[in-house]
Design a protein around this ligand. Structure first.
Ligand SMILES: Nc1nc2c(ncn2[C@@H]2O[C@H](COP(=O)(O)OP(=O)(O)OP(=O)(O)O)[C@@H](O)[C@H]2O)c(=O)[nH]1
Ligand SMILES: [Zn+2]
Length: 199
């Protein structure tokens, strides 16, 4: 594997969150490169969340999905455990980008379609994310085994394909009615989420 470069600094100047960040510094430089938010001194089996950007919920407070609450929950669990890592990836709209996601929303709202149906109708790949950078960041922290907070089997597979041993911990948060529909669509796509229709 080619040597990976990183820039690392603490976030303490902005109020003592206790997290420090390690940013992948490869050429050519990405606008929003993969970043690891590191708490404590991560060791094997620590909690890890690999999270893809969702500006609608994380910045604008949308409750159409569970992204904001999942990353907040991960932060709380990691802080309580005293150590762990959140890897944050600039992968809006499951890697298709914000414009594609916005077009998907328009289609969904016009046709009462779920997000996967909309992507199909717009000839967009259902999920074009890859997690190689997440594995790079975990390897850079010498982690060979992690407890991964996720319902997404693709994240588990991606780390395992890099030789990282994964114990999966579900990432379940209370959700709004519209997010229930979103999660139900993800469940149909293979996400490991308990059925939400009869609860
Ligand atoms: N197209 C589309 N993308 C969405 C929508 N809501 C969230 N996303 C994207 O879906 C992705 C969610 O990523 P993650 O939070 O890492 O979650 P995940 O792959 O579902 O897996 P978990 O680890 O189980 O949460 C991000 O790329 C979001 O931008 C939506 O309504 N439509
Ligand atoms: Zn979201």
């Amino acid at each position: 594997m080619t040597e990976q470069l990183f820039v690392e600094h603490s976030l303490n100047r902005t109020g003592g969150t206790g997290f420090r960040v390690r940013v992948l510094d490869n050429e050519p430089a990405a606008d929003n490169p993969p970043v690891a938010a590191i708490y404590g001194e991560p060791a094997d089996d620590c909690l890890v969340r690999i999270h893809s950007r969702c500006v609608y919920s994380e910045i604008l407070g949308s409750v159409d999905c569970d992204c904001h609450d999942q990353v907040q929950q991960a932060k709380e669990l990691i802080t309580a455990a005293g150590t762990g890592v959140i890897i944050y990836l600039d992968q809006e709209g499951r890697g298709a980008g914000l414009l594609a996601k916005a077009r998907g929303y328009v289609y969904s709202q016009l046709h009462q379609a779920d997000t996967f149906t909309s992507y199909r109708a717009l000839h967009l790949p259902a999920d074009s994310r890859d997690y190689a950078a997440a594995a790079d960041l975990l390897e850079s922290l010498d982690l060979t085994r992690v407890t991964l907070l996720t319902n997404n089997p693709e994240k588990v597979k991606a780390l395992e394909s890099r030789g990282i041993i994964v114990k999966r911990e579900p990432s379940i948060v209370p959700v709004s009615d519209s997010a229930r529909a979103y999660l139900e669509a993800k469940r149909e796509q293979g996400h490991l989420i308990p059925s939400l229709t009869d609860s």
